[in-house]
Write a protein that binds this ligand. Structure first.
Ligand code: NAP
Length: 233
């Protein structure tokens, strides 16, 4: 399916690895010009080269800490008028990108949050509250922008096999005196799908939410978790 976003500009934060990388790759494949943000330049350069080779897309990089003022300024200087924003590892505030999207009558913002918004993860402590607060903010804002064809949605990952989950697994293994393989198997067994998700699967949903066709979807929270959340809704 042609997602109708060829030639759009996409700013993807936390994009050198994991879920952000999955989103950047899927958007590049759809013909977007993507700007990748992460702190470590070497990993960014490698990822950008691989995405260019796989998709033929124009890929720019900015090595910056997106949680800092300077980092956000550098990201927006490299990609001043993004049509698409994937906000991850913090991400620039939607306010800095919204006005341009509204005036161009196209904008897609996807925030990568967590399944912890639906079902708090005790070990993550304050993060449960911070992400839930963002969800409330987005719920209000998303209803104000959709009339201008600017949508804002959240993606809630369950368990994806990225560097982050690898290091969490190492930590649990040490704490429990088990091997990493044992802990990995236990975690996977708890997922109805019987396996962790992949960044590629995550990227596919992100690309759809950024598509021309998704213009009537806003303010929503999409769990992508292989069925691990047990609730009916
Ligand atoms: P990951 O594999 O560790 O990748 C994180 C990416 O973000 C890297 O490219 C990293 O590069 C970049 N990054 C981190 N801090 C940054 C900063 N301050 N400024 C700019 N870039 C930054 O992590 P992931 O698994 O994709 O997780 C992404 C998000 O999803 C996180 O918020 C995580 O909590 C959430 N999440 C993930 C899972 C999962 O199963 N993986 C589940 C629930 C929620 P640098 O280190 O070079 O900056």
């Amino acid at each position: 399916m042609d997602l109708g976003i060829r030639g759009k500009t996409a700013l993807v934060c936390g994009a050198s690895k994991g879920l952000g990388r999955g989103c950047a790759t899927a958007l590049a494949r759809e013909g977007c010009r993507v700007t990748l943000i992460a702190r470590q330049r070497e990993a960014l350069e490698k990822t950008a080269g691989e995405i260019r080779a796989a998709t033929g897309a124009t890929v720019a990089i900015v090595a910056a800490d997106i949680t800092s003022e300077e980092g956000r300024a550098a990201a927006l200087a490299a990609c001043p008028n993004p049509d698409i924003l994937v906000s991850n590892a913090g991400g620039p505030p939607p306010k800095a990108t919204l006005d341009g999207m509204i005036s161009r009558r196209f904008g897609r913002i996807v925030n990568i949050t967590s399944s912890a918004v639906k079902a708090p993860i005790a070990e993550l402590a304050l993060s449960n509250g911070a992400r839930t607060g963002l969800t409330g903010f987005v719920a209000g804002l998303a209803r104000q922008t959709v009339a201008y064809n600017v949508t804002i949605n959240n993606m809630l990952p369950g368990r994806f096999w990225t560097d982050r989950l690898r290091s969490n697994t190492d930590f649990i293994a040490k704490e429990k005196g088990k091997t990493v393989e044992e802990v990995k198997r236990e975690l996977e067994k708890a997922i109805p799908a019987g396996r962790f998700g992949t960044p590629e699967e995550f990227g596919e949903l992100c690309a759809y939410l950024c598509s021309a066709q998704a213009s009537y979807i806003t303010g929503q929270n999409f769990l992508i978790d292989g069925g691990i959340y047990p609730g009916t809704f």
